[in-house]
Design a protein around this ligand. Sequence first.
Ligand code: CDP
Ligand code: MG
Length: 728
Amino acid sequence: MATERKRKVRFSDVVEVISSKKLARPINVLLSMNRWNGRPYTQRYYDILDKRKTLPVWSQKDEFVKQLKNNQTLILVGETGSGKTTQIPQFVLEAVDLENQSNQKKYMIACTQPRRVAAMSVSHRVADEMDVTIGEEVGYSIRFEDCSSSRTVLKYLTDGMLLREAMTDPLLERYKVIVLDEAHERTLAMDVLFGLLKEVLKNRPDLKLVVMSAALEAEKFQGYFFDAPLMKVPGRLHPVEIFYTKQPEEDYLQAVIRTVLQIHTCETPGDILVFLTGEEEIEDACRKINKEVGNFGDTVGPLEVVPLYSTLPPLMQQKIFEPAPPPFTENGPAGRKVVISTNIAETSLTIDGIVYVIDAGFSKQKVYNPLDRVESLLVSPISKANAHQRSGRAGRTQPGKCFRLYTEKSFNNDLQPQTSPEILRSNLAHTILTLKRLGIGDLVHFDFMDPPAPETIVRALEDLNYLGALDDEGYLTELGDIMSEFPLDPQMAKMLVVSPEFNCSNEILSLSAMLSVPNCFIRPSDAQKAADEAKARFGHIDGDQLTLLNVYHAYKHNNEDQLWCYENFVNHDALKSADNVRQQLARIMYRCNLKLCSTNFNSRDYYVNIRKAMLSGYFMQVAHLEHTGHYLTVKENQVVLLDSSNCLNHKPEWVIYNEYVLTTRNFIRIVTDVRGEWLVDIAPHYYDLHNFPECEAKLTLEKLNKKREREKGCTTGIKGVSNKATSL
Ligand code: CDP
Ligand code: MG
């Protein structure tokens, strides 16, 4: 491989191509070499190049290059599909000199994406366009996966990853140009990057920034980015006819299925793109559509139903780019592709050939209430801007139709013009830990484009203080410094960092990995009983986290076997990815000098230690069983229900939970039984009863404390667990 990589083009190669019968290009073109790997271009390169040249951004290539040379910051707006993500970084590569005189290293170009899927998919496409191998000259970097090398000149990475890179490279010195793509998405990491990059640009006159977007509040961005020039790429959108429902739909999933079938049976050829909210719903819709269309037999053309959501394995994601199936018979009705997607397909990924769009009007959005500390994903109505983007997907190649499954009145009166930026509806603990690590102590004066509410900042500072990551003055502690090394939320990072003290870091590593990947349990509709029985075999009566650990151990014990996974209704991809995450986290543990250790499996303390370590991270996510039979979250006193998927065989008095799900009722998911005594031992600051709201949990804890003191009076030398929040 290494010799092949270095191989420069030889004269004999050229002769070989010239003498081949397939010669489709004049000799002078054939002689042009790929600047990046020194090889002659393949025929495929030229084929793609022809297509690329028809993209709207190509008509403005010279103008773009000129503007880039003359300005430090540039804002570029263009319709989805105009070629921003794939072409602009390549124009940048052509325009700038990547030689770094001072240390003889080459600079890189970064292009950030809000979504992992887009970073992966687009980098593959661009590697093809540049006729290079992915991971070499063109690469990508997403959380827990780095597919780049020392040869990489163009790297697509999630905005979160660029922010992490800034922790070790504050001036982002490895980059010559940074392209922030999809700026209208306003993810949490992106908003922080905006503020950070403004500072970096002041300190690095040689660095350039390009901010790109499909639809952005241009003036607001220009105002924020030093009045940077704005380039508009003319759209090439065909007209899209919009249809609304006459009455509000009671069940939008049913309406989606009905509309897909109507289009397939009545409308002219052209693919369909459906917008729904999440994995489960999408898989459900795929199954139902397949079933219904089966009833039509071959009176209609073949219908290929393709799901698209962020946790879908990459191979499956590729299916969205495949053409529609051919007709069953030569003169039979045309085949059609229907892609059922989350809002990924709104702007992040362009799917060609879409003529019909079905918009259910909802997406999963993060919501956060600092008062009750709950952050959750909630299915919420989209904004007008989203609706506009969605309908636009129908008119990329020819005039199209968009079916909005809500009334026109609802569109006009109920939908907000824009979705509010994520920073205004998120728990900021992780972000603030990152900012503190970046040396930004003064959060009040940080140049946020939209400053978050003071309560949210205060709450995050408070949480980090309880976790021991910040001291009482708000400075990063040694523990906080180590926690920030992990690309995890602060609670999980804390659990991991203190796990060696509980002699169970191996197990907590596995658990953290399992909690960082998509749900591993599969429950097909035609085999629910068998799937539930399989899950029960892994079940640990004390909780779901311990069950996840059992699954991971069983997977390793069975040599990561795919057939074993299939037979046991667990998702092989999810487990494989957990294994990868575990390795990455173990590397960080090693770098931070954190010991990898386990309690003897036969010891009674094996699971006790694991549960205690979990509690050291998640002590702010505890619920107490009231005498009424309900659970109340501790301190916030919200009524919550245990999600029915749990593995417990009893109703524990105290549980820690991993997720809080807001629907019509509030659920807690992934729960484990913990002991009341541990709460006070492990997190005495948080469980200081002097500032506790009056509730049953408080009374119980008071009783426990009294019992403790009595015991202490009688016996001396009881060994308690030290206060992990402040140690290290
Ligand atoms: O970023 P923007 O929405 O402006 O466009 P893009 O993502 O650069 O896509 C431009 C064109 O590249 C699309 O219309 C597709 O024809 C093509 N493309 C592709 O064929 N396969 C991909 N994985 C990505 C893009
Ligand atoms: Mg794009």
